[in-house]
Design a protein. Sequence first.
Length: 547
Amino acid sequence: MTTPIPQNFVQTIAKERGVTDAELETVFMALDGQSTATIATKLGISDIAVRKRLGEVYKKFQIGGNGPGKLSELRHQLLFSYHTEQGTSDFSRGKGSLFNLTAGGRQQDWGQAPDVSIFYGRTEELTTLKQWTVSDNCRLVALLGLAGTGKTTLSVQLAKQVQNEFDFVIWRSLRSTPPPFDFLSNLIELFSHKQKPDLPLADPSKRIDLNGKISRLVEYLRKHRCLLILDDFEAVLRPEELAGHYREGYEGYRDLIVRLCEVNHNSCVVLVSSEEPTELALLGGEKVRSLKPAISEEIAREIFQEKGLSAQDREWKILLSRYGGNLLALKIVATTIYEFFEGNVFKFLEATALFIEEHISNLLAQQFDRMSSSEQEIAYWMAIAQSQISLATLREQMLVNSSLSDLLKNLDSLGRRSLIDKISKGGETVFMLQPLIVQYVTDRLVEQIRAEVLETVKTQEIERMGLLKTHNLSVCIAKGEGGKEARSRSILESVKNRLQVLFLKTTGSEEPLNILKKVASDLEDKSMLEVGYARENLAAIISELQS
């Protein structure tokens, strides 16, 4: 059993936040572990009313976001406030301790870990992870993959299954990017049991010696067998550069990871990230391992069955080819089929190509915006190809010929972000974007081209062209493979459709078409060095608009 939070303390702090008596009664029951259905029955209200009350409480405690985990965050805030008020760092005993004390004397702090009361499949991955964390005594296990693939849920389930093998289970999300100094201070305080840790001090003009703090943490990890889960690790990595490098001021996390991987201790760190830190490739070995959750048809079927949906084998094949292993996307698709297609999977597949809901789009946008400009350029070429593309073809088509070394670095970086698949085919290596990424990048490409065409019509100049110059929209990249030329044309067709809708609402298509023809004519005597692919692209767009 876990130690409860003192109710009088919860009542005091809740009243300070404006929580009503009805909301407080509901929160007490939720904190006691009762389900919303049970609470609704006991209070004689609807399940929706229970969720609404809890939602109001979360707002008053400024707990945002969607999905599970908000109750855990509320519990964490209450416990942390209690600890602060008491002026103690005793996290091991007494009511209101930040750690939950288990019957066996083991201590757990689940922080913002989401609820995984519903969990499907992943038997093979869990078996492997338990082997690594418990039997093989790995110092670090990395769970890597695109957002939405179930990494966090898998890591929580792992922690729950192996918790009795560890003296401490500590869950931390790095989404709020805590500085390494503060993060280490928090961990050391948790282990220090009310004693002020004796840490070496550096020059007063500098911060306390970070290496000293890492050394102290390692001491605790040697003394106790601890499972430390670090979720959302990509948050401390630098965006808009090649993957795996740390934000300025956050390099201490690299020092921490390296030390925890290299020195001998009794604990295991589970690092959960959509982006792989560069040092992991060098540290990998007997005690440092990584895993990417595989595409799971079993989980997909369970998600659909929960909605009362069924699909034929052929339909499953299409669903998995479109959405890959993105379980979040499949959950949204299942809801969409249930609510808008009368539960008919075939009708949904017939009516849509690849459905990307706003929430998924926002997640993919975050991934895309983290890329360097050179990675984005490669992603656009892959979206135009809509199929596997070789290294040689990429180098041939790219306007500015990068060195082979630079191109390989960019492809490696895209792999670290779990955005591309690398496949051996016919004696050569080919690359392909993940299905959801292909659709997202294609949509982004079409919208950018549309904007550039409109700017060209407005200014009758090409200075502000970007993608129209750098990427050949009508090229058949996968030469000799059936259907690929038609896919290239589909990008141009999408551009045409968006332009025509806009032209019909404004001036009509004749005037902008004449302007585009004039600009295209002016480019005829320009060199490729000056205009890139602009001449070919404008000619192709004009042809589409006239067809």
